[in-house]
Design a protein around this ligand. Structure first.
Ligand SMILES: NC(=O)c1ccc[n+]([C@@H]2O[C@H](COP(=O)([O-])OP(=O)(O)OC[C@H]3O[C@@H](n4cnc5c(N)ncnc54)[C@H](O)[C@@H]3O)[C@@H](O)[C@H]2O)c1
Length: 276
């Protein structure tokens, strides 16, 4: 199912990082279908080519690493050189390797932070500089995860890096507000982007987890893309510094255990319950 387009971005230019697959691919599709010109970027050239193939000249692909300053500057420069402006930057690229705290390797930790935190910072900085130079304001949309709010076992590096992204985005929202640049963070729950077929362990874990999600299903990438389009649109002109969950209520609770209907005798006087 493709994203249903509810917003128009004719004349606007958007950058989408992490565009080679998953959520990023659907964001590119959503913007392109809604009339935006898009710079789609990823470190995976093959996946990126697949994302861009249906879209023609309105989508420009650039292979780059967002965790390097050179990469971030090249991506933003591509928007200026190819389309002459920059209005929206979606920092969706991330890595999420999981490991137990006792086994976590420092080099993997550093890599996770380099992509998820330094990459988000470098892209935000480069995009904001271009938006300020353009004098038309802009939108920056960063990504977190529901894991940032929990002690998600195995997520020492990933979950904490996403929490850092949230705080960074609040700072950016405040500092960039005088330039009419709105900065928000999307915090997804489980989204169905895992490459199929699933490895056996992951399949087992998801089979146990999904029935306990309040909606008993993962989200779809196009559902996340719709939220991105909303946050990039005129409809969200007073939203900045927000962290917006898109998780089918999974941060609110779980189906596990069902509805609590207790018969605690202490509250008989409240419920009017009488006992035989
Ligand atoms: N899928 C989920 O269940 C889920 C849950 C919570 C949050 N999120 C967040 O949503 C976003 C999208 O998730 P997804 O599942 O589509 O991710 P994904 O892993 O499927 O895709 C991420 C993309 O980012 C690219 N990338 C990684 N490092 C890069 C780098 N240094 N430079 C350029 N590109 C790089 C990868 O090549 C890949 O194409 C991420 O920010 C993620 O943290 C996803």
């Amino acid at each position: 199912m493709t994203a249903e387009v509810r917003f128009r971005f004719d004349g606007k230019v958007a950058i989408v990082t992490g565009a080679a697959r998953g959520v990023g691919r659907e964001i590119v599709r959503g913007f392109a279908d809604a009339g935006a010109r898009v710079v789609a970027t990823d470190r995976d050239g093959d996946g990126l080519a697949e994302t861009c193939a249906p879209h023609g000249d309105g989508v420009s692909a650039i292979v780059a690493d967002v965790s390097t300053a050179d990469g971030a500057v090249a991506i933003v420069e591509r928007a200026r050189a190819t389309f002459g402006r920059l209005d929206i930057c979606v920092n969706n690229a991330a890595v999420a390797p999981h490991a137990g705290l006792l086994e976590e390797r420092a080099d993997v930790w550093d890599r996770v932070y380099a992509v998820n935190c330094r990459g988000t910072f470098l892209m935000t900085q480069a995009a904001a500089r271009a938006m300020i130079a353009g004098g038309r304001g802009g939108r920056i949309i960063n990504f977190s995860s529901g894991a940032a709010q929990r002690g998600a076992a195995g997520g020492a590096a990933y979950a904490s890096s996403r929490a850092a992204t949230e705080t960074f985005s609040r700072v950016a929202a405040v500092e960039l507000a005088p330039h009419d640049i709105l900065v928000n963070t999307i915090s997804p729950g489980l989204i169905d982007t895992q490459p199929k077929p699933l490895p056996a362990d992951m399949a087992k874990r998801l089979a146990a987890r999904i029935p306990n999600l309040p909606l008993a299903r993962p989200g779809r990438p196009d559902e996340v893309a719709q939220l991105v389009l909303f946050l990039a649109s005129d409809a969200s002109s007073y939203i900045s510094g927000a962290v917006i969950s898109i998780d089918g209520a999974s941060s609110a609770g779980s189906r596990f255990g069902g509805v609590v209907v207790d018969d605690d005798t202490r509250y008989d006087w409240v419920t009017g319950r009488t006992r035989a």
